[in-house]
Write a protein that binds this ligand. Structure first.
Ligand code: FAD
Length: 582
């Protein structure tokens, strides 16, 4: 199915009054827009940067029940997230893939074997025994057989359990495209700049298109603030005394999480590995991601702006130290770090207290009619979206009907079998790695992208020799996935910027020329876009000197989050602060 053009979507934004206008195109906003559109509700969405450019492209890329929340008794959250994992494996089998985890247990571990076994039994139970498979215990020999690079000293055994992996940015995009195909008007690179709430008469939201700098108004009956870590900034756009009184106090607490990526050959895990940090007892992951292993995440309360958040030297050192403790033969150093990045979890401030924040979501409507949604996870976005749309319908005095999203595949998800699609794509393209990538990224649309790759002289030209991204796929993303900047292509439609030490720098001139041809950029515009890309890369991938002011104030900690500590010498895991959660 063809995606409408961006200029068509911008035109649609001004053409009518919408029932719902969503501000923010992360996973939360895009899932809300898709849910509303599938229920036949006139809905629009504006995103100031690109779909998924905020926290939704900086996650651990897991669709998980959240085994770590069991320690805090968050059984409802685990139950809901497990059900969502099951649904997403069915509705987006190309984007959400089963992932096996090994959890090794060492002598003196904060979570001993019996506790791990009890926890994983509960984890299976909360998934109604319908997870990918049930967990099972592993002897020390079995752990080492699967993960030979793991530390063997003090190893008592472990367990295997199951969750799922995704591409967070593409999952967000799939929600955006699904919304548009169901009739919603979505615009990326379009910021809300002012909210004028007219009591009982809807809202006029001023917006600015950021690439060509046009300004216009969008009218809607209900405004949904889904701006994640920017939620309080969006609330502040409602500039009136009444609004200021209503909006006193924060809606969101930011918890910063950083990851590092190292070459897979340097940290060659077979499956995902769950680790307890030897430094502070937090749960960490080593996650296989193509040519890389991703290690993360940190978790501490921050007041940093989500616009500029990046990993710090201290966080990188902390993650390297943990990796080196558990994979002692690898001697990973700072030079092994291909990329480091950070995101801010938009944790909901609960009604009970302004200083506790929750992974569960919260929906609040101001008297002026702005619905603010905070909290949640990638995994639970569909469920959260259904709750928001139910809430908005009640606010509009409309009947609430069941959401169809539990039974509607995400775009590309209408595949009978991923394996069959991969072998068909291999037969067409003669390149198994390219075939696997196209099916994973585009699902049933792989044939359309393959057509672009086979067209012309250069469609099959790779952006980088080590990765299966091609100029044909770039053309597809511009035409059908609303990609309009170099960052859209190289950071989020493909993940090349995360995967190469030069953050896709070597591909920039070629991709910029392709974009210039398709989007009619002048030479000056092409240069400006290349400069803007460099700035975006600097913002996301810089590793800043550590700032003491970034440390948590204990009163502001999210449950499970710890103030960030200097790493000391690695010591064996033992009873200490409870591990925070992703
Ligand atoms: P965002 O993705 O930040 O989206 C908000 C959007 O609003 C942004 O794109 C922003 O540009 C836009 N915006 C802001 N102001 C305006 C404006 N004025 N006008 C228009 N647009 C605006 N969850 C999981 O399920 N699994 C995981 O493995 C996982 N790992 C995580 C690891 C880390 C380190 C972090 C930080 C989070 C993780 N999460 C995970 C949680 C998950 O990533 C977040 O809950 C989710 O991405 C938040 O999405 P969001 O849409 O609410 O916010």
């Amino acid at each position: 199915m063809e995606t409408p053009t961006r200029s068509g979507l911008l035109g649609a934004l001004v053409a009518r009054e919408f029932d719902l206008l969503v501000i923010g195109g992360g996973i939360t906003g895009c899932a809300i827009a898709r849910d509303a559109a599938l229920r036949g509700i006139p809905v629009a969405l504006v995103e100031k940067d690109d779909f998924g450019s905020g926290t939704s492209s900086r996650s651990s890329r897991l669709i998980h029940g959240g085994v770590r929340y069991l320690e805090y008794g968050q059984l409802r959250l685990v139950f809901e997230a497990s059900a969502e994992r099951r649904l997403l494996l069915r509705l987006a089998p190309h984007l959400v893939r089963p992932l096996e985890f090994v959890w090794p247990v060492y002598k003196g571990a904060r979570i001993p074997r019996w506790k791990l076994a009890a926890g994983l039994t509960l984890y299976d139970w909360l998934a109604l025994f319908r997870n990918i498979d049930r967990h099972h215990r592993l002897s020390p020999r079995e752990v080492v057989a699967v993960e030979p690079a793991l530390r063997s000293e003090g190893l008592l055994g472990g367990a295997r359990y199951y969750d799922a992996a995704t591409d967070d940015a593409r999952l967000t995009l799939a929600n955006a495209i699904g919304a548009i195909r169901a009739g919603a008007a979505l615009a990326n690179h379009t910021a809300a700049t002012r909210l004028d709430m007219r009591s009982g008469a809807g809202a006029v939201v001023s917006v600015r298109e950021m690439l060509d700098r046009q300004e216009f108004d969008v009218r809607a009956k209900v405004v949904v603030n889904a701006a994640g870590p920017w939620s309080d900034d969006v609330r502040a756009l409602e500039r009136s005394d009444a609004a200021a009184a209503v909006h006193s106090g924060a809606a969101v607490h930011g918890s910063k999480g950083s990851h590092i990526a190292v070459p897979r050959v340097r940290l060659p895990t077979h499956d995902a590995v769950t680790l307890i940090s030897p430094i502070d007892g937090r749960v960490l992951f080593a996650l296989p991601a193509g040519e890389l292993t991703i290690v993360g995440t940190t978790d501490h309360y921050t007041r940093q702006s989500a616009d500029t958040v990046c990993a710090s030297e201290r966080e990188v050192a902390y993650l390297l130290e943990a990796a080196n403790y558990f994979f002692p033969g690898r001697a990973l150093g700072r030079d092994d770090v291909v990329a480091a990045w950070a995101g801010i979890r938009p944790l909901a401030v609960t009604k009970q207290s302004s200083v506790t924040a929750s992974r569960e979501h919260s929906i609040a409507t101001s008297p002026s009619g702005v619905v603010t949604v905070t909290g949640g996870k990638l995994t639970t976005a569909r469920r959260m979206a259904a709750d928001v749309v139910d809430h908005a319908l009640e606010h509009l005095g409309r009947p609430v009907r069941r959401t169809p999203t539990a039974n509607t595949p995400l775009p590309g998800g209408d595949l009978e079998s991923v394996a069959r699609a991969e072998s068909e794509a291999t037969a067409v393209l003669g390149d198994p790695a390219l075939a696997r990538h196209l099916v994973a990224a585009h699902g049933s649309a792989w044939r359309v992208v393959a057509g672009d790759i086979q067209r012309g002289d250069d469609g099959g030209q790779r952006l980088h020799p080590a990765f299966p991204y091609t100029l044909g796929e770039v053309r597809y993303s511009i035409r059908s996935e609303l990609a309009c900047t170099l960052g859209d292509i190289l950071i989020r439609r493909t993940r090349l910027a995360f995967e190469t030490p030069d953050h896709a720098g070597s591909a920039v001139p070629r991709v910029a020329r392709t974009m210039a041809t398709l989007l009619g950029w002048s030479d000056a515009r092409r240069q400006a876009e290349m400069t803007a890309f460099d700035e975006e890369i600097r913002r996301i991938f810089s590793i800043e000197a550590s700032q003491p002011s970034d440390d948590a104030t204990p009163a502001g900690l999210a449950p499970g989050a710890t103030p960030f500590r200097e790493s000391s010498s690695a010591r064996p895991p033992r009873d200490s602060a409870p591990p925070p959660a992703t």
